[in-house]
Ligand binder design. Structure first.
Ligand code: ADP
Ligand code: MG
Ligand code: MG
Length: 894
């Protein structure tokens, strides 16, 4: 409640566990203070204060006094006071929410400078430093508190650089900066009707409220919507004594990671910029040095920094990132958190930390997830084509992607909305580009390192990204870019980006399987125990180890959805323990559709049926052979009948034309009558699934017969076929019993004829709400249930998966009506509830009832946990998703 949660907490009074009220940054600062790291003095205004401010539209009554008390304590510990013209305390006012939202909210530096104070600072510490800091304050205050567009400030700075004939702000003289500051003040008056307050306490207070308000800014909202961060958390605000990286050659500002966040290599990684403050280092405007260079220049400092990094890793037991500043040779740590990392790094780091004795294998398994594994299984570019990259940059976020070039976020979003794959090419990115980053398949920037905005955001989103491309010059207004060697890139040109190597290629390139996927498949053929241990690539090795551990831990089975021999083969290589869904309709597509038509029309019916049986027998035999010894669930024919018949409109047009020409096509007329007879307004709720047995029973039963024959023939060859049959789209138990009777009759028939008895367990798909609701009764009849979560979602929601996305689902997501797509992540409270009810009632009737899931959701990491919690025994997904399901089922079990 408001009374028990403090509004303000000083760094020494907090710790790393208090992120809920201190935000991630505040908790980190408090924890580092406790660990004895060199953190400037400060305090945190809690998220509780922000929440109240946002809720009530005004700040908590006690905030002003608590702020004042904390400020006095800060002044005492810093030995300086705010507004002192001789030796002033300056502070930063920094946002920091519970979950990291890099660059999404505001920070104001150098608060406390006024006309009077700046003169004092100039006299004691140098005019250039004083005016550089003051202009930064006016700019950040103007932008964040008064809402003045940054472009105005940037334009004025650009003019100052041009006048002085220099390329960076760092080269501007004190006089020039003083002039710029004066003009910035005019911009404030002109655009906001207000000047910078000359009372430092008022600056501070207004800055705190502006940071509160930045929580509800567009950028922040959009980021939260994408990351699934709750809107009600609010942000904390950290007030931190300023230390200065902009005081000359022995000062600077940097960002680093305790290990390499792209590869996971266990070596500290970072960027440092001499004579810089705040975000200078990540915005890519000047060339940074890496830690090796820093070590050469400032060995003492480097040693100290690396020592602190080790302390932090020991404490957090994970990769951390750190923001630091050096003021005249003295190191200060300004921020830490458990760092974001690429999927490849996540696997490597988890296993390395295990090998270093920091975490156990269960925890290592929990440090990675199925989304990360899925992205490692993504294909890359074909190698050996001799294709030469036209440019090279830093491998900032792995993946391979091809798309058309755009130079701004708005165009990226516009083109993506009409279905284009776009590659966003920018000088550098800023938080304003988030929409464009989300819309693109890859991002390329001319400037910036592995810790730049583009790199950090792309890694978080799993997008391909290359930063710091040498020789890339983007002319945003001209919608073109120059590449090394005089090449020119126009908007709309195809570009291929390899985020794993940092290479950029002109044109579209072919994409090939990932090393990880190839390795996983090859291990299934090795006799050696743990063949992954000898793989040369540490990431692939780590994937193998954690997958093996997941397999050891999980109790749920993992099967694949497959119906062709080659898919069945792949499924087995990916580690599937059977087939959970073989779709018999796949054997009747293409040219074979006419066989169905022949059965329906009665033209050469017997021959067509025999042909269908023959095709099914051959193919099912191959599939069962691939899956020797493992269960293979074959589903009876499922799609609406009309999908196998000729197109109604084509026939209508054809016959009308013939009739008009005076020579009616009698055969076509006859087919038209037939197609009309079976035409449905709403086929997905029509003649499909078990209902087909009522219309064309033999079409269905020949497939059962084929399956039984295939199994008998394998058994005669000494193999161990394990066929199962399931009945789709059942709503009522009588539909089911009717179907089961026919299936049993076919199976028995074949057994008698072949003298080979193969046991065929029978099951029912639960994909209509009525089936779920009557599960107790259905379970009396079958050996297993299989949840068809795609149809169950469609029929529970009453919406079509094929149409909803374009007609209204996208708009629902945009407006927040529906936060997530129920077709990609299981709708737990609706569809999930039906599944839980079905599991309970089914098991009550038949304790041995098998329970599988065969919809898309079985391969979705988030849905897997919900499904396993509901009590299902196995997941069945597409073959390449099988490793993802194995990993997630293992994570669920630990
Ligand atoms: P973000 O959450 O976007 O990283 P921060 O609050 O960390 O924003 O501030 C951005 C940068 O400003 C920091 O990385 C640091 O370089 C600089 N900064 C913030 N507070 C101080 C301070 N007290 N002294 C010196 N630099 C600071
Ligand atoms: Mg920032
Ligand atoms: Mg920061």
């Amino acid at each position: 409640t408001a009374t028990s949660t403090p509004l303000v907490v000083a760094f020494p009074d907090g710790d790393g566990t208090m992120a809920e009220i201190l935000g991630g940054k505040g908790a980190g600062l408090a924890q580092m203070t406790r660990l004895g790291l060199p953190v400037p003095h400060g305090f945190t205004v809690t998220t509780a204060a922000c929440r109240e401010y946002l809720r009530e539209g005004q700040e908590p009554a006690a905030l002003a006094t608590e702020l004042e008390a904390a400020l006095r304590r800060l002044e005492a510990s810093a030995g300086r006071s705010l507004g002192d013209p001789v030796d002033p305390l300056l502070v930063s006012v920094r946002s920091g929410a519970r979950f990291s939202m890099p660059g999404m909210m505001e920070t104001i530096l150098d608060v406390g400078l006024t006309d009077e104070v700046v003169t004092g600072v100039a006299a004691r510490q140098g005019a250039r430093f004083a005016w550089d800091s003051y202009r930064r304050l006016v700019q950040m205050y103007g932008r964040t508190v008064l809402g003045v567009d940054s472009a105005h400030f940037e334009a004025r700075l650009a003019r100052a650089r041009a006048d002085a004939g220099v390329t960076t702000d760092q080269e501007l003289s004190a006089d020039s900066l003083e002039e710029v500051t004066g003009d910035f003040r005019k911009l404030l008056l002109e655009h906001a009707g207000e000047d910078l307050p000359q009372d430092p306490r008022e600056q501070l207070h207004r800055a705190v409220l502006a940071v509160f308000a930045s929580w509800t800014g567009d950028r922040a909202r959009r980021y939260r919507a994408h990351e699934g961060i709750s809107e009600d958390l609010g942000t904390a605000v950290n007030i931190v004594q300023m230390v200065f990286g902009n005081r000359g050659r022995r000062s600077g500002s940097g960002v680093c990671f305790t290990r390499n966040p792209a590869t996971g290599e266990p070596v500290p990684y970072g960027d440092y910029l001499v004579d810089a403050q705040g975000e200078d280092v990540v915005n890519g405007s000047r060339r940074t040095m890496d830690l090796t260079e820093l070590a050469a220049r400032e060995p003492e400092l480097h040693r100290e920094l690396v020592g602190h990094l080790a302390t932090l890793e020991r404490h957090y037991r994970d990769l951390c990132d750190v923001e630091f500043t050096v003021e005249e040779g003295r190191l200060w740590i300004l921020q830490t958190r458990v760092g974001k990392r690429s999927p490849a790094a996540a696997f490597r780091i988890a296993c390395d930390l295990h090998d270093e004795g920091v975490i156990d294998l269960d925890e290592a398994l929990c440090r990675v997830d199925g989304h990360q594994l899925a992205s490692l299984l993504h294909p890359g570019f074909a190698t050996g084509s001799g294709e030469q990259p036209v440019a090279r940059g830093l491998a900032a976020s792995p993946g391979a992607a091809t798309g058309r070039v755009v130079f701004d976020a708005a165009t990226a979003m516009e083109w993506a909305a009409r279905g284009e794959h776009v590659v966003l090419v920018r000088p550098e990115t800023s938080p304003d580009d988030l929409g464009g980053l989300l819309a693109s398949v890859a991002v390329v920037t001319a400037r910036g390192g592995l810790t730049s905005h583009a790199a950090v955001v792309a890694r978080g989103l799993g997008k391909t990204c290359v930063t710091g491309v040498e020789g890339l010059e983007v002319d945003e207004n001209g919608r073109r870019a120059g590449l090394p060697g005089g090449l020119v890139l126009d908007e709309g040109d195809a570009l291929s980006v390899d985020g794993a190597t940092g290479e950029v290629f002109l044109g579209s390139r072919d994409v090939v399987p990932s090393a990880c996927a190839l390795a996983i498949r090859s291990w299934s053929h090795e006799q050696a125990r743990a063949p992954y241990l000898t793989h040369a690539d540490p990431t692939v090795r780590s994937v193998g180890r954690l997958l093996a551990h997941a397999d050891e831990r999980r109790t749920a089975g993992v099967r694949a959805n497959a119906e062709t021999p080659s898919d069945a083969h792949a499924a087995r290589e990916y580690g599937a323990e059977g087939i959970g869904l073989a779709r018999t309709e796949h054997m009747l597509l293409g040219d074979r559709r006419v066989l169905v038509e022949q059965v329906v029309t009665g033209n050469e019916r017997a021959a067509a049926l025999a042909r269908i049986e023959e095709l099914a027998r051959v193919e099912l035999e191959q599939v069962l052979e691939e899956m020797d010894g493992l269960p293979t669930v074959v589903r009876l024919l499922d799609p609406p009948l009309h999908e196998f018949l000729p197109d109604l409109v084509d026939l209508e047009v054809g016959t009308a034309v013939a009739r008009a020409g005076g020579t009616p096509d009698l055969e076509a007329e006859r087919r038209l009558t037939l197609v009309r007879r079976w035409h449905e307004q709403n086929p997905m709720l029509g003649l499909r699934g078990v209902r087909l047995l009522a219309a064309v029973p033999e079409l269905v039963t020949v497939q059962v017969r084929a399956l039984a024959e295939a199994a008998a023939s394998l058994k005669a060859r000494g193999l161990d076929p394990r066929p199962e049959v399931m009945v789709p789209l059942v709503a009522d138990v009588c539909e089911l019993t009717g179907a089961l009777t026919r299936i049993r009759a076919e199976v028995d028939d074949v057994a008698t004829a072949t003298h080979e008895a193969v046991r065929v367990p029978l099951g029912v798909m639960i994909e209509l709400p009525r089936a779920a609701l009557t599960s107790g009764r259905l379970a009396e009849e079958v050996d297993f249930f299989s949840f068809g979560t795609n149809d169950l979602t469609q029929t529970t929601w009453g919406m079509s998966r094929d149409d909803a996305e374009t007609s209204f689902l996208a708009a629902y997501r945009e407006s927040g009506t529906l936060a997530t797509d129920p077709f990609s992540t299981l709708d737990d409270i609706g569809v999930g509830r039906l599944i839980r009810l079905s599991v309970q009632e089914g098991r009550l009737t038949r304790p041995t009832l098998g329970l599988g899931v065969c919809g898309e959701h079985a391969g979705d990491p988030d849905s897997i946990h919900l499904l396993l919690a509901a009590g299902v025994d196995y997941l069945s997904c597409s073959p390449p998703r099988v490793p993802v399901a194995r990993l997630e089922a293992g994570r669920y079990a630990v």
